[in-house]
Design a protein. Structure first.
Length: 190
């Protein structure tokens, strides 16, 4: 197994080049196809171990992640921390909600995890779902932080890999101006 985190992502073909429509609505010449690394348990175990090790001195009652990639990460981080994991699904009214009997008791300390951070919308939705049930978010852990500007969630944050990938509004996208075909990777919003 490789020792270099960035090398893991490159070796698995996770980093794609082109012209992509991101979930945030912005365009980018780089896309991180998280499922390419999530299909390798040895890499997931190692990356989630980095998140778990970073927060291991914090009292954590449970780990929460958004569907879809966040399910795998929440499970593995929770397993390594010896706690439980829950998953926030898209709510019909917008945002995210915990369903299927998953609960948070008021005052429970929650670590929120996700795969790739660009604008932070999914993480904000999970944080809102946690705090809406009375939980306390003690931190955020992500595999890749690819945002141009640091995103502040009002709680400590850790990323296994920090990189900058330019993003553009559709109106200001040089790739659109050059008529590079736009790709919508992944399954869209889940």
């Amino acid at each position: 197994m490789t020792d270099n985190i960035e090398e893991m992502f490159l070796k698995t073909g996770t980093v794609l080049q082109g012209h992509f429509l991101l979930a945030s609505g912005r365009h980018s010449p780089v896309y991180w196809e998280k499922f390419r690394i999530l299909q390798h348990p040895e890499y997931v175990t190692r990356l989630c171990g980095m998140i778990a090790n970073h927060f291991h001195n914090q009292p954590i009652d449970l780990v929460a992640g958004p569907t879809t990639g966040g399910i795998i990460l929440a499970f593995e981080v929770a397993r390594q921390l010896g706690t439980r994991a829950i998953y926030a699904e898209r709510a019909e009214t917008g945002g995210r909600a915990f369903r299927r009997g998953q609960t948070i008791s008021p005052g429970e300390r929650v670590l929120v995890v996700d795969d790739v951070l660009t604008a932070g919308g999914s993480i904000r939705d999970v944080i809102a779902a946690v705090t809406g049930l009375g939980g306390n978010v003690i931190g955020v852990g992500v595999l890749v932080e690819r945002s141009e500007k640091s995103v502040d969630f009002g709680t400590p944050m850790f990323s296994c890999l920090r990189t900058v990938a330019e993003t553009y509004s559709p109106e200001d996208c040089p790739l659109c101006a050059a008529r590079v075909p736009l790709e919508k990777p992944g399954g869209g919003k889940t």
